[in-house]
Design a protein around this ligand. Structure first.
Ligand code: Q9C
Ligand code: ZN
Length: 717
């Protein structure tokens, strides 16, 4: 299955016919520029290309009133002056004789995309449309939007495909108040929007765009608004919003489909948004969403008015949908103070509705929001020096050696598996490479001298295969890999040393279970050791962090989202080694989720080492234990769930959408018994990291001397 790209040239046939500075940015070139860039990048050709159809009037009626649809039908016959007069009845809208046709194609494109994904013809996809949709209401055009493309697509997915839970992620820089109104009392559609708000001083100037608008009646908690009160939000802020707000809620909601109101006016250079996030950020946001709903992600274009920034961002989304590794994020990964305030205010407003937000968040330490000009970054304008400067700033960040060498190509194979003889009979998915090779005897023997355990037969053979796999990853032949070994600890140490001596500037190790940090590993900042095992959260050094096993703290996901990923993104590793050692305690879906999410900060370069199970009996016993969890295992390989980056569709569809990719919100133990103490400590850790840029008075509130206090490891050393 593949990535669908839905488009129709005729959507360029409507344009502004008179002078109007507010509306002139919504131009046909938005579509042609994006499409051209997709073609140049060879991306369009990799997609399942679908020509958009017009939506029927019945389909428009899923959201809009018959009178409004009739009014729009009538615009086809109007002259310019009549069109202009009618346009003036709405806020920031223009009509053209072709508007009705284009708007029906835009809705139709969204519906085709949803149909393709929900029938299995495609795995995910993007609809390139105009006019946009998210401001449009039951009986009103608004903000360049005529019909609400995404809202109609959601209703369609419910009515035609029987879906019960749909997540709408609106990353356009404006508040999609149209979508909010349509679903505000409906608990079956979770609407998340971040938007430029500036304490209500930005269009559309609505109080109901603020964080305390959480939905009405049965729908309370199913509207999640994250208002940005300053311009200049960047990669760190957007990633923090996903990790600390959207993803916890989304996992708990457990959607069957993710619709993205994909506006790119939230990207650097856009005249409307005045934000700083780079196009690469949208690849990461897309990747994060792909762990939801079994990867069923349908993105539909909304805004985005800087043609260059828009085109690059569109390419990044399509690359991510295709499964390519995401380029590293430039700039500091420390969120801004104002961003943390916004994140905290929405967490507080939503906490009554979501268990996953009930742990006190890092930003609780911050004071209530005030419109302070400090920390404000210079804004950028399209094509102007600001945009150039922002771009230059990005490229001034020293790229890792690996990324310089490979210039982010797509590795020929996504995942390779090196298995020991005992596991060799396992049936792997068709796209997983089974490399025959081993590292040269000499090389393997040299490394094996490091540990007695590696001299033993199976361990030695496994080491040769691991080294071969690692070389494949470091050379860009494969993206990620998995290997079994009877000596995980020793093999991991070799992998770290080998990685650091071959191209990798920084290696992140996520060691789960009983695996000790090799004592004589250099503390030069090139290795960050994260052990998920300890009884207590502890930062033993800046580059040696220990957190409790998920089983003892509950909240495996909280641990991953609030701690592991922020650390990983801050560290910017060239390679991630995940080791599942003795007593790792992870279920397959948890391990799969961990591996999939760690692709993000590492350019996709993840190697998973699994301590081989010793006997057949032990193996069967272990399998038996996990059997109670419905849907999490199917016949065949118990390794399957551990393949990093492996998507549901590679294994065929299941009845319940996303039980494999994560344990699912309905399982009561999902968030586990929350250890308040752990979270308060982890939060201090995070807040101290997040607040390194803040003033000393704010720092004082983070209670130094208690719990974890140390700065986040910065790039380099
Ligand atoms: N300078 C979309 O992005 N004008 N619509 C705001 C503030 C209206 C945006 C004026 C912007 C509408 C889909
Ligand atoms: Zn917008």
């Amino acid at each position: 299955m593949r990535t669908a790209l839905v488009y129709h040239e005729e959507m360029t046939a409507a344009r502004l016919l008179w002078e109007d500075p507010e509306c002139e940015i919504e131009r046909p070139e938005r579509l042609t520029a994006a499409l051209e860039r997709l073609q140049q990048g060879g991306l369009e050709q990799r997609c399942l290309q679908l020509a958009a159809r017009e939506a029927s009037e019945a389909e428009l009626g899923l959201v809009h009133s018959p009178e409004y649809v009739s009014l729009l039908r009538g615009t086809q016959a109007l002259g310019t002056e009549e069109l202009r007069a009618l346009s003036g009845q709405y806020d920031a809208v223009y009509f053209h004789p072709n508007t009705f046709h284009c708007a029906r194609l835009a809705v139709g494109a969204a519906l085709q995309l949803v149909d393709a994904v929900l029938t299995g013809a495609a795995h995910n996809g993007l609809a390139l449309v105009r006019p946009p949709g998210h401001h449009s209401q039951r009986a009103a055009a608004n903000g360049f939007c005529v019909f609400n493309n995404v809202a109609i697509a959601a209703k369609h997915a419910q009515q035609k495909h029987g879906l019960q839970r749909i997540l709408i992620v609106d990353w356009d820089v404006h508040h999609g108040q149209g979508i909010q109104y349509i679903f505000e009392d409906d608990p079956s559609v979770l609407y998340f929007s971040w938007h430029r708000y500036e304490h209500g001083c930005f269009w559309p100037y609505l109080q109901e765009s603020d964080a305390d608008a959480v939905g009405l009646g049965q729908g309370r908690g199913f509207t999640v608004n994250l208002p940005w009160n300053q311009v200049g939000m960047g990669n760190a802020d957007y990633m923090a919003a996903f990790l600390h707000v959207l993803l916890p809620v989304a996992f708990e909601f457990d959607p069957e489909l993710v619709l993205v109101s994909a506006g790119f006016d939230s990207a650097v250079g856009d005249p409307e948004g005045q934000m700083q996030a780079t196009p690469e950020c949208f690849a990461h946001l897309t990747q994060l969403l792909q762990v939801l709903a079994g990867g069923r992600v349908c993105a539909v274009l909304e805004g985005g008015y800087h043609l260059e920034s828009l085109s690059q961002s569109v390419c990044m989304v399509v690359k991510a949908l295709l499964g390519d590794p995401a380029p590293p994020l430039s700039g500091s990964m420390v969120p801004r103070h104002s961003a943390l305030e916004s994140i905290q205010s929405v967490r507080a407003a939503q906490a009554p509705h979501w268990t996953s937000l009930q742990q006190q968040g890092p930003a609780r330490l911050l004071n209530p929001s005030t419109c302070s000009p400090e920390g404000r970054r210079p804004s950028v304008s399209p094509g102007g020096p600001g945009f150039k400067a922002a771009e230059a700033q990005g490229s001034a960040v020293p790229r890792s050696l690996l990324d310089q060498l490979h210039l982010y190509p797509t590795p020929p194979a996504r995942t390779a598996a090196a298995l020991t003889a005992q596991d060799a009979a396992l049936v792997l998915p068709p796209d997983v490479l089974r490399p025959e090779g081993s590292a040269p005897q000499e090389e393997t023997r040299a490394w094996a001298r490091l540990h007695e355990a590696l001299a033993q037969d199976t361990a030695f053979i496994a080491l040769g295969k691991v080294l071969h796999l690692l070389n494949g990853i470091l050379d860009g032949q494969v993206s990620s890999g998995i290997a079994t070994t009877p000596a995980a600890a020793a093999t991991l140490e070799v992998a770290i040393r080998h990685g650091l001596s071959h191209r990798a500037q920084r290696v992140l190790c996520v060691a789960v279970g009983q695996l000790d940090r090799p004592p004589d590993l250099a503390s030069d900042g090139r290795n960050l050791w994260l052990n998920i095992r300890g009884k207590e959260a502890a930062a033993l050094s800046m580059f040696h962090v220990s957190v409790p096993l998920p089983g003892t703290t509950g909240g495996f996901l909280s641990c991953i989202l609030a701690l592991v990923l922020p650390l990983a993104y801050g560290f910017q590793p060239d390679l991630v080694l995940v080791a599942l050692g003795p007593a790792h305690g992870l279920q397959d879906p948890q391990a799969a989720l961990l591996a999939a999410l760690l692709r993000g900060p590492a350019g996709g370069r993840v190697l998973v080492l699994v301590e081989q199970r010793k006997t057949q009996r032990e193996r069967e016993h272990k399998r038996g234990v996990g059997e109670g969890e419905a849907g999490s295992r199917r016949a065949g390989s118990p390794m399957r769930g551990w393949i990093p980056g492996l998507r549901d569709h590679d294994l065929g569809r299941r009845q319940t959408p996303n039980r494999l990719s994560h344990p699912g919100a309905q399982h009561c133990d999902f968030w586990g018994p929350v250890s308040r103490r752990f979270f308060s400590r982890a939060d201090k850790f995070l807040s101290s990291a997040a607040l390194t840029e803040q003033s000393s008075s704010e720092k004082a509130t983070s209670q130094p001397g208690q719990g974890l206090e140390h700065p986040r490891p910065e790039r380099g050393a």
